[in-house]
Design a binder for this molecule. Structure first.
Ligand code: GLN
Ligand code: ZN
Length: 811
């Protein structure tokens, strides 16, 4: 019998239930008991759903309250020393462990600590029973491979100790506890555990602060870590676990490229898996790889004492996949990741049947598992709420997590029992795929010929940066000579803003009422910025739900979903639009609100746009043409918008590209091709303006060191970057490469509820000045303020401007 499996289910739930309960818990609206019960019921619902869909191998321990990498940090007791006061306060308060977990996720500040940096008490500050001063930041957050999911970066100290630790309210380590929880519901699951090598390589050594891609220093902790894996596996065996999915996605990297480290890596895998096998010889172990081709790493995988491997067939070429199959040991099972876990298109079942059949011919059906390409974490929950919302023609081309599980179950079913309903299903699937190919909804000849007619001049500014800088300073007369201040764009989206948007979308208020509301928010926001004394103002982005949805809604070629939420980080979800057809801009998108905001102030108002690469990267993209073609279509639409803003008198335009790095292929040999078209697309969007118009861009949550040249090639006049969590390694890179344009490394972490003090931020600038000349430095937060509390924001910005004023006086 061919088996069907899932590698991970989206945690949020049908109605973002997880987000709601976690945020209610943070706000103190539910107690720990209600919190625990609700999240337990979410897990139960998801297991039951998978079982009812006919999936044989159902994952457990794929659930997480914030992030699965952070879960493993806690599981292995790798809590950095700076959280000790939080752990102690929990013991004193007789609290049950959520506090420490969420402190690592989001930072933690008690009321006493908060009141020292701000005049009034703030919402992000917590009370402890014995009021103490605790003020600790969060872990660093990074993109999970090339997805838009963010994980918390494990931190290892020099003499790192590990200790198997239970999560809050659990009576056993998380994988064991959740396995037993499912078992109690009559559902036998396969626990998912992040593999020891990936866990270490995704982390950083707190002292050396090495990025994860090529430096492997954290492997020195292998021995200590493997001991806790052994203990964990002993407990899994005792709990009756029969098979385990161990995720080692780093196996899709150029792991062995650095020949001086190759043996170390190979040895690490060998030690870890032999030791695990020794304590759990009866457990069926499958190593899961995803997001790319395993290529030469298959030799390493097949040298391990395991029982099978999962291969991402969607991200592997047919030849690469066949080459891997040829190497599979004769007793192993192969999990074929044939259903795209990261995009939303209906599978072409006939093509998949051919792939699965080939594997069955090679291995026999008992050894073949039909699976999604990766965890369905990156896919929205289900299409149920899209009926009547997404145009029927497009809806018929889609499959979300629940529908993908049905496709998986179906593919296994085809080989297990061929019935009439199988044939029917296949026929409708073929029809949907054929209709999509030729649909008039997709193809627009004007757009296609405009992209083809793009000339090399359209990728360049008129003059080089020094000339532009003079022109800009001449135009921007209100700007101080040194340390100009600005923000990254969004201001807090209060409940009121969200309610207004919902009311507008559900037609409870008219377009005119909504417009009036947005304008009143803009007015208040401009006033607030004037009060804080900022130099380059923004309108606040109140009309936008997120960075991409708003633009997608105003462009042709996109559709939107009612409920297609995907987890981005922690409780934050995004609803990526679907790019199904040729993209163009029927009307200006941001002109009205930006121009309106400019009428409210004598200071420059910054036009705020999302860049083409980020729009592409954070959307579900059509799979019937290259990504670069789609990206250039978007770039031309943004270019038109930039030029329109300039014509309307806007002197500063920011084109955010936070996603440029996450689009990098996992293999270095594939990088150049991507970087070339991605940077060109950004240039196409940003270079249509005069010298005197200042182009900003913003990036966050990535290491940029290794793509530095490309960042320079983007040639923006001002680049603001997230820097408050990544220490100073990035600044060193700017210095090393002799970056010449202006730059605003974030002065404080906006994702933390803490209020940054003047002293903190001043120290930071002083550090920066070691690497960057004062005349290039901007003063700004590290990212948009959308998710912040309005009170916190005001205090933080007042403090931030104070820093700039004091620095100017000192220079
Ligand atoms: N302009 C966006 C904002 O301020 C940028 C967000 C981001 O970098 N992710 O929200
Ligand atoms: Zn950002």
């Amino acid at each position: 019998m061919v088996s069907s499996s899932n590698l991970g289910f989206p945690r949020m739930g049908e109605n973002r239930d997880l987000k709601k309960i976690v945020e209610a818990y943070w706000a103190g609206k539910v107690d720990e008991v209600e919190f625990s019960n609700t999240i337990k019921s979410i897990r139960a619902k998801h297991w039951t759903l998978q079982k009812e869909t006919g999936i044989n191998i159902i994952p457990s321990n794929d659930f997480s309250l914030y992030d699965h990498v952070l879960d493993h940090v806690l599981l292995f007791g790798a809590i950095p020393k700076r959280y000790e006061p939080v752990v102690e306060s929990e013991v004193e308060d007789n609290s049950n462990g959520f506090r420490t977990y969420f402190a690592m996720a989001r930072g933690y500040q008690t009321k006493k600590a908060a009141s020292e940096v701000a005049a009034t008490e703030t919402e992000g500050a917590f009370a402890t029973k014995v009021e103490k001063k605790i003020d600790v930041g969060s872990f660093e957050m990074k993109k999970w491979f090339d997805t838009n999911y963010h994980y918390m970066v494990p931190e290892f100290e020099a003499e790192q100790q590990f200790k198997l630790t239970n999560h809050a309210g659990y009576t056993a380590p998380k994988p064991v506890h959740e396995f037993l929880e499912a078992k109690a519901l009559g559902i036998e699951t396969r626990p998912v555990i992040l593999g020891p090598i990936s866990f270490l390589l995704l982390g950083k050594s707190a002292d050396s602060n090495k990025p994860y891609t090529t430096k492997f220093d954290s492997l020195v902790h292998l021995e200590a870590l493997v001991k806790v894996y052994e203990q964990l596996f002993e407990q899994l065996v005792a709990a009756g676990v029969k098979s385990v999915q161990i995720d080692e996605p780093v196996l899709c990297f150029d792991l062995l490229e650095d020949t001086t480290r190759a043996d170390l890596i190979k040895n690490a895998f060998s030690v870890a898996y032999n030791r695990i096998h020794k304590v759990a010889p009866t457990v069926n172990i499958l190593i899961a790889t995803y997001f790319g081709e395993v290529r030469e790493n298959i030799e390493l995988i097949t040298s391990l004492p395991i029982n099978g491997v999962h291969i991402d067939r969607v991200r592997s070429s047919s030849a690469a996949f066949d080459a891997v199959l040829a190497k599979i040991p004769s007793t192993w099972t192969v999990s074929i990741g044939i259903i795209e876990g990261r995009n939303i298109w209906k599978n072409n079942l006939n093509n998949s049947i051919i792939v699965v059949k080939k594997a069955i011919d090679l291995f026999g059906s008992e050894r073949v598992i039909v699976s999604p390409s990766c965890s369905l974490l990156h896919s929205p929950h289900s299409l149920a709420k899209e009926v009547g919302y997404v145009k029927a023609e497009v809806l018929d081309w889609l499959a979300f997590a629940v529908e993908k599980l049905k496709e998986i179950a179906f593919l296994a079913f085809v080989f297990n029992s061929c019935t009439v309903s199988v044939a029917d299903n296949q026929v409708t699937n073929v029809e949907s795929n054929n209709v999509r190919k030729v649909s008039k909804l997709i193809h627009n000849d004007t757009v296609k010929s405009r992209v083809n007619a793009v000339t090399p001049e359209m990728f360049k500014r008129i003059n080089k940066y020094p000339v532009r800088r003079d022109a800009q300073r001449k135009r921007l007369t209100t700007l101080p000579d040194l340390f100009p201040t600005t923000t990254i764009g969004s201001f807090p989206q209060t409940q009121q803003v969200r309610v207004a948007r919902q009311n507008y979308k559900s037609k409870k208020i008219t377009a005119q009422e909504y417009d009036q509301f947005i304008r009143s928010e803009i007015k208040a926001c401009v006033q607030l910025q004037e009060e804080c004394g900022l130099d380059v103002l923004v309108h606040g982005e109140f009309e936008r739900n997120d960075m991409v949805e708003y633009f997608g809604e105003n462009l042709e070629g996109f559709v939107f979903t009612a409920n297609g939420w995907v987890q981005s980080y922690g409780s934050r979800c995004v609803k990526p639009p679907i790019i199904y057809g040729d993209v163009h801009r029927p009307n200006p998108m941001t002109l009205e609100y930006t121009s309106f905001a400019q009428t409210l102030t004598a200071k420059p108002m910054k036009g705020m746009l999302t860049g083409p690469v980020t729009i592409l990267q954070w959307s579900f993209v059509r799979d019937d043409q290259t990504r670069s073609q789609t990206c250039n279509q978007i770039a031309l639409a943004i270019r038109d918008e930039v030029v329109d803003l300039e014509t309307a008198g806007i002197a500063v335009v920011q084109i955010d590209e936070p996603a440029i790095r996450e689009g990098l292929p996992l293999r270095h040999s594939d990088w150049n091709i991507y970087l070339e078209w991605a940077v060109n697309s950004f240039l196409l969007s940003s270079t249509g303006v005069k010298d005197s118009t200042q182009i900003h861009s913003h990036m966050c949550y990535s290491d940029f060191n290794d793509i530095f040249e490309s960042i320079q090639n983007m040639d923006c006049d001002v680049l603001t970057i997230e820097n408050s969590k990544s220490d100073l390694k990035l600044l060193k890179a700017f210095e090393k490469y002799g970056y010449t344009n202006e730059i605003g490394p974030g002065l404080y972490d906006i994702h933390s509820p803490r209020i940054p003090s003047v002293e903190d931020m001043k120290n930071r600038v002083e550090q920066m000045l070691k690497y960057l000349p004062a005349n290039l430095l901007w003063v700004n937060p590290d990212c948009g303020l959308k998710t912040n509390n309005p009170v916190t924001v005001k205090h933080a910005l007042v403090n931030m401007v104070k820093v700039a004023v004091e620095l100017r006086a000192a220079f």
